[in-house]
Design a protein around this ligand. Structure first.
Ligand code: NAD
Length: 448
């Protein structure tokens, strides 16, 4: 914290285009080291190599994007209501940004927070997830190699209670940006409230794919496999529930289960492997807990349901891709975030019913619809109260130049990425310049 405080005046005084040039060099360096960084990440947290390359690529995209903001950060100029007066708005940094990040996107998510914070002139203290410090250490190393001055980014490793809590409570932190579970997000929000600290929260999800009776089922099945089991279902945007129109339910379920059963689970460094492990034993137990809960509630286990141990699965916390059928929208498996390779299928009779099911949960991150009917697509697009929506694609696949985040218990009204991220890490200052040479009083009717 002391290093971040000392570095702040010099960093904010460096012209923003120069800050952007450092980020640009960091992006170039990330490109050069992409393969090495991706391999480190797979070894660190198990995602398959194709996905960890994607994670590093997101960091590259975000770093280039925010490097460009060094020459934008546009404010407003607007005519004054008084003569000989000029007015404009400019952004200013908040100060020290305290960042707390999860393990599922160990480089992408830290970059989504760090790069906008830096280009705006803030200094940073980041606490990576306890299980994934290496990927953040690698990112910080790249920023150092790119010429970031000492003290501008600082990383402190350790657990949530030991390091995260003191960080978010520290009086010098002006903005806390957190991505993680809704339960911890609530604590962050409460810790920030007494001092009115800025607080940016990206939290859990229970994302939905809607498969309509006119959908191209081959496309929907492929999307559901990727959305449900990509990253072992450990994405905040993972498609963990699928409403399927009753007319195509059986056909979809059979084909989806066949594909889920065939997924090759194992070491993410093996190019043949399609799904890696759960992040740790606690997460695997959570998955097993939900398998029991679902079976107890009467959901029908269609495939999977067990941990995978021994042999190729001896080193890691592997679990079978698991599908539950005939789920009702009120079951816990249809409403709560599992964060593992478990998907529930919910039969519905219409688009309206699918939308009602979709909006009935506490989260509002991502949803999608598979249909060939443009009227249905636009209706679903309008009615789903989520921060992200896809048509004929799964619930995952966000790009860095559109806002990212969710409604209800997924977020607190802010957005990551795109220009919206600039709002999180800056304050606006409105400036009025009077060159009339005499006192002019705004909003005062002089009667002239
Ligand atoms: P988590 O809430 O357990 O941990 C997130 C971070 O908070 C970690 O760095 C952790 O050490 C820290 N932390 C834990 N307790 C804390 C405390 N008392 N005070 C301060 N910090 C504390 O979440 P996780 O298991 O790392 O990640 C999974 C969750 O993250 C899921 O709910 C997932 O949906 C969510 N997530 C959301 C998004 C999004 O953009 N909406 C993206 C990725 C993950």
């Amino acid at each position: 914290m002391a290093a971040a405080r000392d570095a702040f005046p010099r960093w904010r005084a460096l012209p923003a285009p120069k800050r952007g040039e450092i980020l640009f060099r960091a992006a170039e360096r990330l490109v050069q080291k992409k393969e090495e960084l991706a391999r480190d990440m797979t070894r660190e947290m198990g995602k398959v190599l194709a996905e960890t390359r994607g994670d590093v690529q997101e960091a590259i995209d975000m770093t280039y994007y925010m490097a460009g903001e060094g020459r934008r950060q546009f404010g407003q100029t607007t005519p004054s209501e008084l003569p000989d007066k000029f007015q404009m708005s400019v952004r200013m940094p908040v100060g020290i940004a305290g960042l707390i990040t999860p393990w599922n996107f160990p480089m992408a998510i830290p970059s989504w927070k760090m790069m906008p914070a830096l280009v705006l002139g803030n200094t940073v203290v980041i606490k990576p997830a306890t299980d994934t410090p290496l990927s953040v250490a690698n990112l910080v190393g790249v920023l150092e190699e790119a010429g970031l001055p000492p003290g501008v980014v600082n990383m402190v490793t350790g657990g949530g209670a030991d390091v995260g809590a003191p960080l978010m409570q520290h009086e010098d932190v002006g903005i806390v940006s957190f991505t993680g579970s809704t339960a911890v997000g609530r604590k962050v929000s409460e810790a920030c409230a007494p001092a009115f600290k800025h607080c940016h929260l990206e939290m859990g999800g229970k994302n939905l794919i809607m498969v309509m009776d006119d959908a191209r089922l081959d496309l929907a099945v492929e999307g559901a496999v990727w959305g449900g089991f990509g990253t072992t279902g450990q994405r905040c945007t993972a498609a963990s529930r699928i409403t399927v129109h009753k007319k195509v339910y059986r056909e979809f379920a059979e084909s989806f289960v066949e594909r889920a059963r065939a997924l090759r689970v194992g070491d993410g460094l093996d190019p043949e492997v399609e799904m890696g492990p759960c992040i740790n034993e606690a997460q695997r137990r959570t998955v097993e807990g939900y398998v029991k809960i679902a079976a107890g509630e009467g959901a029908k286990l269609l495939c999977g349901g067990h941990r995978l141990e021994g042999g190729a699965w001896a080193h890691g916390y592997f679990h079978e891709p698991t599908v539950f059928g005939d789920c009702s929208p009120s079951m816990r498996i249809s409403r709560e975030e599992v964060f593992g390779p478990v998907v529930s299928l919910i039969p519905v009779g219409s688009l309206e019913e699918a939308i009602e099911v979709g909006n009935s949960v506490e989260y509002g991150l991502s949803a999608s619809v598979y249909t060939q009917d443009i009227n249905k697509a636009f209706t679903a697009m309008r009615e789903m109260y989520t921060g992200i929506f896809y048509v004929n694609a799964p619930t995952i696949g966000a790009e860095t130049h559109l806002p990212f985040g969710g409604t209800k218990h997924t977020g607190n009204g802010h957005r990551e990425a795109c220009v919206q991220a600039l709002e999180v890490f800056s304050e606006w200052k409105s400036i009025y310049i009077d060159y009339s040479g005499h006192l002019q009083r705004a909003q005062i009717d002089t009667g002239e």
